[in-house]
Design a protein. Structure first.
Length: 382
């Protein structure tokens, strides 16, 4: 059976360019980039070239504002845990990724106060709601750029203006936004921004954190002097170089891909809303012309009177690899916190389809043929 992979928001297949550029740095050019001899310095130069390339792609003023990490999760933890202390106040949203929500739950147990902002029915945080939550103890605001489950794009530039008005630091988790929409940290006005390689056809195991050069961020992992003393650990040279190449290729094709995936998604959504009773599109509405508040590649449906986990299993049995939400909740029977925040009933099963570079329109045409039959069968079991 041929598998159709429709879970690109979870992770992406590496592109050849990103894979091939890594290989020499595993066997031939394997030196430690922190060593003082020429062999090591060659690796160091490759890292700095990659750092400059990625920093430029997100509009950073200086390449030194970019710090490599092992993942987006690490970068998020770095910001949250390094800038909070007992009695301080952090603001976030109810629909953040678990790499934001779980560290904040940990910090709450340490005496940090956290406000979880409600969102609109489309998943948006409004500047007015944000400003109303600010207190004299607010030290940090963290709002994700684009949601990994429903595709909502937040008005980050507007939200960061509210933060600056009150002299509060602003962080955005841009892992799901990278490679899908333009990112310019200076135009956004953010102090910190998180990204990761495996969402843009690069390798797993490497992410990065942008830190505005005007802001002090304490070291998170202590040990060696790597990453200018802020993030200890031997640099994974192959992964860093691959990250830069993957992002370069992804951004070169981004505008074309946005239009292509939007067209595929729009046609599929229209078919499902007509052919499947009790189906609802979650997140911002989609139109024939691309909606600026929604990622082109993420489709999230809820279907009345079915079990979402059963739906995913049956689709998998027929060769469709999809999800019901974040991969970080795999194995969990809990209903999506994102859909709960939108007011979606737990009686409705959810389905997330996330498209990528290797998907074609016929993939969703095949799914559109099978999905109504699978749902009808599931409802027959109830």
């Amino acid at each position: 059976m041929n598998k159709i992979y429709l879970d690109n928001a979870s992770t992406t297949q590496m592109i050849d360019e990103a894979y091939e550029i890594m290989l020499p740095h595993f066997k031939q050019n394997f030196a430690n980039a922190s060593s003082v001899y020429k062999f090591g310095k060659e690796s160091k130069r490759e890292i700095e070239k990659a750092r400059e390339s990625i920093a430029n792609s997100i509009g950073a003023k200086f390449s030194r504002e970019l710090y490599f990490t092992a993942s987006g999760t690490e970068a998020n933890n770095w910001v949250l845990k390094s800038l909070s202390k007992k009695g301080s106040h952090i603001i976030t949203s109810q629909i953040e990724h678990h790499s934001i929500l779980k560290p904040l739950k940990f910090l709450e147990r340490q005496g940090v106060s956290v406000t979880y902002l409600p969102v609109t029915k489309d998943g948006l945080v409004t500047p007015e709601v944000l400003e109303s939550a600010i207190t004299g103890n607010t030290s940090l605001i963290s709002i994700m750029f684009a949601n990994n489950e429903i595709g909502t794009i937040q008005p980050i530039a507007e939200l960061s203006k509210v933060a600056k008005k009150h002299n509060i630091l602003f962080h955005t988790d841009a892992v799901s936004a990278l490679g899908s929409i333009n990112i310019n940290v200076q135009e956004l006005g953010v102090d910190f921004l998180t990204i990761s390689a495996h969402k843009v056809y690069g390798p797993k195991g490497v992410g990065a954190l942008y830190v505005n050069s005007n802001v002090e961020l304490p070291a998170f992992i202590h040990g060696g002097a790597q990453e200018r003393g802020r993030r200890a650990g031997t640099e994974p040279v192959p992964l860093i170089i691959s990250f830069a190449k993957a992002l370069e290729v992804c951004l070169t094709n981004m505008e074309t891909e946005k239009k292509r995936l939007h067209s595929i998604a729009y046609n599929f959504i229209e078919k499902i809303l007509v052919t499947v009773s009790g189906s609802n599109l979650n997140g911002p509405p989609i139109t024939a012309i691309e909606n600026i508040n929604r990622l082109s590649n993420i489709i999230n449906f809820s279907f009345e009177n079915i079990n979402g986990e059963d739906l995913i299993i049956m689709l998998d049995n027929e060769g469709f690899i999809c999800s019901s939400g974040s991969a970080c909740t795999a194995g969990s029977l809990e209903f999506s916190h994102v859909l709960t925040a939108l007011g979606i009933s737990e009686n409705a099963g959810s389905l997330r389809i996330s498209l990528g570079l290797f998907n074609r329109e016929e993939d969703l045409e095949k799914l559109a043929e099978r999905l109504p039959l699978i749902i009808e069968k599931l409802r027959g079991y109830l």
